[in-house]
Each structure stands twice: as structure tokens, then as C-alpha cells.
Design a protein around this ligand. Structure first.
Ligand code: GLV
Length: 312
């Protein structure tokens, strides 16, 4: 029986991924698309931005597993085989990377590093007055596995952390939680540094437009490591231009790679990274994927399965 690995993005790493999956699942034949061999033998597809339309080729496919935390790259395929479980990747290493990435930018903004960089280029020696961590509120949009871990890390550093999501959640220790459309404005108005970790769904697309961004206090910061489509980039640019938002660290964009002519590239208050905040680690992700495949083989439920109603 075989596992198909398909991606349009990780080509240079395919040998590494294929070797890691082989060592985690020695009983399966690992095939890299388009070398899929006998299509009847393919039972599992492990994908990251797979070429749309290909998954219908495999009549005995049992599950589609994402190589990343998000599954929007799978759901956006208009030609998916019906009725198969789609499994997200919840992986400790990836979560840890997202935590470190967030901490980096929180400190960059919190400790005025963005100002000292400019001062250095002007040979200016100006000591900014420091803000205590407890006086800085970090607002996290999306308190799933990743958002919660980021929040807990920031709490241990003494920050005031609040969160927002679509649905009510049982109380989270040390993180005040806001939910639903009604509490969104209140949440934003209390946020000094906004971190977005929401998945892209029909409910979250373009959720941060002008009429929501204006709830953020003047002088706030944005860190986007969820999906680009959640923040309206034109509105963000105009809030950066007029200084309402001081700076933004963006790892994800509505269109990726970010087109060369996009104005975000050259904005002095924008920090761009090329979607690297949480890179899947072949070793640990392959082990997580193997655990899920073994669950399916034993007739148990893999975790977590994409929920169509929630959109993630
Ligand atoms: C990255 O964006 C992922 O979904 O893991």
C-alpha cells in the first residue's frame, strides 16, 4: 500500500520529506507526485498546496493529511474527492516555532527595537522610556493550539494577554477571552500588539478591514502569522501611512509569494518574512502523520479532523 506526497511548494525538500515519512511509516510505499505508480495502491495523500484536481485519481484513498497546520490549501481545491477525512497537522515543533516567531516581534515592538534601528541610521542617541510588560496588552486572534501556546508564553514573560475567537471557550487561565462579532471591537480597542493566528475560512476572510482596524488604539502594532487573506492589505497600508498603526510584521499575504509590485515590500513600517513563522519539521511532522495513519488503520479517529461547519 502506498502514501502519496504531493506539493507544488516544497520540491527542494521532497527527498527529506519522503525519507522522514519512510522511516515513520516503513510499511508504506512513499511515492512523490507525479510518480504515483499504480493509483489503486494509494491509500493516503500527504499534501501541501498539491496540484488541484489530482486527488480524484486515487480510488482507494482513505484520508488527506496536511503537511501544515492550515488546510485552506486543500479545501480550495474545487475537485476534491468527497467524503474523505481531511486532517490538520498539530505538531509541537511547529507550534514552538510560531511561539518563538511571535515572541521575537513582540519584543521588537515592545522594546522599541524598531525605533533604535532608525535612530542608529541617523546616529541618534535617544533613550526611549520603557513600558513594563504588564502595561502592554497583546491581543491574540485565534486561540487554538498555536494561539494558546503563544498566549501562555507571553503570559510567562509578564505581558497582559487577551484573546478573541468566533466561539465561546471555557475560561483560559490568565488570558481574558472575547468572542463573537459583538466583542470583537472591544477586544481590538484593548490591544496594543495584535497577533493573528486565525485560519482562513469563509468567516475569517477579510475580517480585519478599515471599520475594524480603527478600533485598535493609535500606536498599535500587528503581527500576522495566520493567513494573509484575513487582513485587508490596502486598509492596513492606509492605517500604516497615517501612523494609526505604528508597524506590522507580516509573514503571510493574500497572494504568495508576495508580488514584486506590492507596496508592502517598500513600506518603512512593514517587516516582511516569506511565510516561515511555523515551518513544518519533517521528522516531527512525519511522526504525527504516522500516528494518525495508524489510528485510521486501527479504525480509530485521526486528530484533528477538518470540520466543514467551522471551516477549519
Ligand atoms: C503554515 O502556514 C501552515 O499551515 O502550517
Amino acid at each position: 500500500m502506498a502514501l502519496l506526497l504531493a506539493s507544488t511548494d516544497f520540491w527542494e525538500d521532497m527527498e527529506v520529506w519522503s525519507a522522514s515519512l519512510k522511516s515513520a511509516l516503513p510499511e508504506l510505499d512513499i511515492r512523490v507526485y507525479p510518480d504515483d505508480g499504480n493509483v489503486n495502491e494509494v491509500e493516503f495523500a500527504v499534501v501541501w498546496k498539491h496540484p488541484h484536481g489530482i486527488l480524484k485519481k486515487y480510488p482507494n484513498l482513505k484520508a488527506i493529511l496536511s503537511l501544515g497546520a492550515g488546510v485552506d490549501h486543500i479545501i480550495s481545491d474545487p475537485d476534491l474527492p468527497e467524503g474523505l477525512p481531511i486532517i490538520r497537522l498539530v505538531d509541537k515543533k511547529l507550534t514552538h516555532e510560531m511561539c518563538l516567531h511571535s515572541l521575537h516581534w513582540v519584543l521588537h515592538f515592545h522594546s522599541d527595537q524598531y525605533l533604535y534601528r532608525v535612530q542608529q541610521s541617523n546616529r541618534e542617541w535617544i533613550q526611549q522610556s520603557s513600558v513594563q510588560t504588564e502595561d502592554r496588552t497583546i491581543g491574540i486572534m485565534g486561540l487554538g493550539n498555536i494561539g494558546r501556546s503563544i498566549g501562555e508564553l507571553l503570559v510567562t514573560q509578564g505581558f497582559n494577554v487577551i484573546g478573541w475567537g468566533a466561539k465561546n471557550k471555557s475560561s483560559l487561565k490568565d488570558i481574558k477571552y472575547y468572542y463573537g462579532e459583538e466583542q470583537f471591537g472591544d477586544f481590538l480597542s484593548k490591544t496594543d500588539i495584535l497577533i493573528n493566528v486565525l485560519p482562513l475560512t469563509s468567516n475569517t476572510t477579510n475580517i480585519l478591514t478599515k471599520n475594524k482596524l480603527e478600533f485598535l488604539p493609535k500606536g498599535s502594532f500587528i503581527i500576522n502569522i495566520g493567513r494573509g487573506g484575513i487582513i485587508n492589505e490596502d486598509d492596513l497600508l492606509s492605517f500604516l501611512d497615517d501612523g494609526h498603526i505604528t508597524a506590522a510584521a507580516l509573514d503571510v499575504f493574500a497572494e504568495e509569494p508576495l508580488p514584486e509590485n506590492n507596496s508592502l515590500w517598500s513600506h518603512p513600517s512593514v517587516y516582511i518574512t516569506p511565510h516561515i513563522a511555523g515551518q513544518s519539521n519533517p521528522n516531527s511532522a512525519s511522526k504525527t502523520i504516522a500516528e494518525n495513519i495508524h489510528r485510521i488503520q486501527k479504525g480509530e479517529l485521526p486528530y484533528p479532523i477538518y470540520n466543514k461547519t467551522n471551516g477549519y
